[in-house]
Design a protein. Structure first.
Lengths: 73, 197
């Protein structure tokens, strides 16, 4: 499988791989940020929860009353 | 061809020697290689195989500049964390990917560097606070327990660092994918310069 022609221009296969790589990177990045920012199901929003100095890493977090449906506020 | 016959020998003896030399031709053991070295003929050097590399050896700036940039990235991530900006590792990872489009470091070097940068950025404030009597180790155990994980300070701290590392690697991947390297041009450059490094 050649990824470039004799003049160094990307072939159709290489262009397809590059586009697929961009799409995959976009999807993974968006999914990861959405998961960390908003959570999903039983997974809490770990981004704001675990940022150092804030969220769970602040001592005030321990003063939040535990709700009836789980330990997380 | 040089024959082992003295120049002053008579004609019959020289003819016999020539005949003997031709009879030896093509037979195993007639000419041992050790005799070539004794005659001053050295062994031929083995050719070094050419290995083309697809990474440009020139990273534009010295390695110390890139290390300083990584340290700056860690400081930025830590400072943003102090301000509560949890997406800072992703943004710094994107910047690292754009910077590596200029530096052209290999993935095996760049990705571990980005991982270390993010881990230091979020881990260092916690370790620093623990060392200064903030008891963040106990808080890490509480966090692990709240999240339903085994109660361990390593797990609480590791999960926090993992969140930063995942963001930075995703950001680096995104920037690298949007700005792909021209590997063909780099290979041509390496083949022209024949740089083995």
């Amino acid at each position: 499988m050649t990824l470039s022609d004799t003049e160094g221009r990307p072939t159709r296969v290489r262009r397809a791989l590059l586009i697929a790589n961009v799409v995959a990177a976009l999807a993974v990045s968006a999914g990861l940020l959405a998961l960390l920012g908003a959570g999903a199901g039983s997974v809490p929003a770990l981004g704001p929860l675990l940022v150092p100095g804030h969220g769970a890493w602040s001592w005030q977090f321990l003063l939040i009353p535990i709700g009836p449906h789980g330990l997380l506020p | 061809m040089v024959l082992a016959v003295p120049a002053d020998s008579d004609r019959t003896a020289r003819a016999a020697a020539v005949t003997a030399e031709f009879r030896r031709l093509g037979k195993s053991g007639s000419y041992r290689l050790g005799q070539l070295r004794a005659q001053g003929v050295g062994a031929a050097e083995r050719p070094v195989p050419f290995q083309p590399r697809f990474i440009r050896p020139n990273h534009r700036w010295p390695a110390s500049v890139w290390v300083l940039a990584l340290l700056s990235g860690s400081v930025l991530i830590a400072g943003a964390a102090a301000a509560g900006w949890w997406v800072a590792p992703f943004a710094i990872g994107v910047l690292a990917g754009v910077a590596n489009w200029i530096g052209v470091w290999s993935v095996r070097v760049a990705v571990p560097a980005v991982i270390v940068m993010a881990a230091v950025g979020w881990g260092e404030p916690l370790v620093w606070a623990e060392l200064h009597g903030q008891h963040y180790g106990a808080l890490a155990r509480v966090i692990a327990a709240i999240l339903g994980l085994p109660v361990s300070a390593v797990i609480g701290l590791g999960l926090t660092v993992l969140v930063a590392v995942a963001q930075s690697v995703a950001g680096y991947w995104l920037a690298s994918a949007v700005n792909p390297r021209r590997t063909d041009a780099l290979a041509t450059y390496s083949m022209i310069t024949k740089d083995p490094a």
